[in-house]
Design a protein around this ligand. Sequence first.
Ligand code: COA
Ligand code: MG
Length: 296
Amino acid sequence: MTRVRRAAHFVPGGIEKMLSKALTLPADTLILDLEDAVLPENKDATREVVAGWLRDVDFGRQERVVRMNPLDTEWGRRDLERTMVDPPDGYLVPKVNSAADVAEVDRIVSAAEREHGHPEGQVKLLLLGTETPQGLLSIGELPQHPRVDALSWGAEDLSAGIGAKRNRDDAGHYLPVFAHARTMTLVSACAAGVQPLDTVYIDFNNPDGLRREALESAAMGYTGKITIHPSQIEIVNEAFTPSPEEVEESRELLEAYEQSRAEGRGAFTFRGQMVDVPHITRARRILEQAQHSDTS
Ligand code: COA
Ligand code: MG
């Protein structure tokens, strides 16, 4: 795995005030939006502003991702061609239906890399894989393309795509089809070796609900989540950063493993529970995550 994104934070394209603020926030990634947060009549002007940001603004350690419009709109291709002059670190590709959609984005980005003399393959793709019913059906293939670096999903657009009236029950849990999309996104990302990135939590005045959801994501195996409001970033960072207790426990477990290995045993007892290979893998992953999180 390459880059670790705990909070990948949306900044509506063109809003200077929000960009200035976002640059001071502890988000690992900023997603500069050209798609749904931008009105059709503002698309062309916003694209110019965002291209200017990519040329002029110092983002420091923050990853720069542009959310393009889909290629089957009148804006998608131009979004890529214009912003590839001074390229971002990656594109968030919305409403992906099939592996062919990913290949088409890759073709345009590759041609622009050659045209402008940028290193080939450096610009990554982050996919929104379940925004359409077709995308959900193809989810396993989508992240297989070598340019893909993360897979996320979208409950709101999927709701619209399948005609769902809501995506959560009264207690705030996802209804089955959305829970399925969330699970399949995680599994598909892991099968392809890319980052699983959980979707937005739109109720931004509900920090407790966000914390619960982010902790659940982290427990499932997601390693980051998309944010839309500044108040969400620290909650998300915390949920995806292993706690000192988890780090300590992982260290102790690996020590106990070394000891049992020296005694010639693969499975052993740790804190009253049976431990073998998958637990060792998990402990190593936690330590690795803790190390990556040490950036802010
Ligand atoms: N990034 C950076 N700054 C943001 C921000 C964001 N995503 N969202 C809000 N802010 C700023 C506001 O400008 C405001 O700044 P100020 O204190 O200097 O005036 C401050 O944070 C507090 O904002 P608040 O008044 O609580 O929110 P709002 O009513 O202005 O905006 C939203 C609420 C949801 C419209 C706004 O957060 C937003 O546009 N989020 C991103 C939406 C998006 O990109 N959607 C597409 C992906 S789903
Ligand atoms: Mg959308």
